[in-house]
Design a protein around this ligand. Structure first.
Ligand SMILES: [Ca+2]
Length: 280
């Protein structure tokens, strides 16, 4: 790994990142699973499209795995071996205000804020990290027995995904597993559950690897709505750049603002949902 540390030129770093990401995506499908997009999109579930309210810059080198809003700022976790970080971001400018880097052996995943703590998952290290929200110092860790993908919280629990169709409920104080649910749409399993956000009593989940967000009842696991975000990151705007999938949902409850972005996307969007009334 010593050699890698010396490779700091941007093109080489980017190439290395792409190679690592390609390996990660291939490996990721081994135990987790993709969303069955044909089954998901053919189900009789209410569909929403979107309207872009605001568009902001986003670090195009951020392989976004977790996104959270808190008190006027965004918190973001990024993945990749040797590239993983936790950062505080100014929404308007996309400027990274504070950043801490994880050790090279960790591939960081989702983040959730719980009181004065930030919880950050790792992909295949079976280990979550606990950070002090104010000064971004690591104050603890905990373990779990599955891959770590997305995480969010409701009023009393942490809610975690592992790339399958399951959501897991954790005690926010000792991180112990309290229960789980299976997510379905018209009775069919919905796999590839990735980044999460708890919004007004429902769990919003990015479905890997797609442009869809599922709206899930935390009580039954049923998908009650789906958001089609296809076209939001117009690749015509980003010539000669490789971007990865939609990933990252954050919600500002005080101003009812919904933010989305993706891995290596140069933009972050505030969107409004628009109910799709098209006849099928
Ligand atoms: Ca989130």
């Amino acid at each position: 790994m010593a050699g890698i540390k010396h490779i700091k030129t941007r093109p080489m770093a980017r190439l290395l990142l792409l190679v690592l990401l390609a390996a990660a995506l291939t490996a990721g499908s081994a135990s987790a699973d993709k969303v069955d997009i044909d089954s998901f999109t053919s189900s009789s579930i209410k569909t929403y499209s979107y309207r872009i309210v605001n568009s902001y810059p986003h670090d195009p080198n951020a392989f976004t795995q977790g996104l959270e809003y808190d008190d006027g700022l965004l918190y973001e976790g990024t993945g990749g071996y040797g590239q993983s970080s936790l950062r505080r971001v100014d929404i308007q400018t996309g400027r990274v205000v504070d950043i801490v880097h994880l050790e090279d052996e960790f591939f960081a995943e989702g983040i959730a804020i719980w009181k004065d703590r930030i919880i950050q998952l790792t992909w295949r290290s079976y280990q979550g990290f606990v950070w002090d929200k104010e000064n971004l110092t690591r104050t603890g860790s905990f373990s779990y027995r599955r891959e770590g993908w997305g995480i969010t919280s409701d009023a009393s629990r942490l809610i975690m995904s592992d790339g399958s169709d399951a959501l897991y409920f954790l005690d926010p104080n000792d991180y112990s597993l309290q229960g789980s649910i299976r997510v379905t749409a018209d009775g069919e399993p919905v796999k590839g559950l990735n980044e999460l956000e708890y919004i007004n009593g429902m769990i919003y989940a990015n479905l890997w690897p797609s442009t869809w967000i599922a709206i899930i009842s935390p009580d039954t696991g049923e998908v009650t709505g789906r958001i089609d975000l296809s076209g939001i990151m117009d690749e015509g705007d980003i010539p000669k750049r490789w971007v990865d999938v939609l990933n990252g949902i954050a919600y500002d409850p005080s101003e009812d603002r919904l933010f989305v972005t993706g891995k290596l996307w140069p933009s972050l969007f505030e969107i409004e949902l628009v109910e799709d009334t098209k006849e099928e």
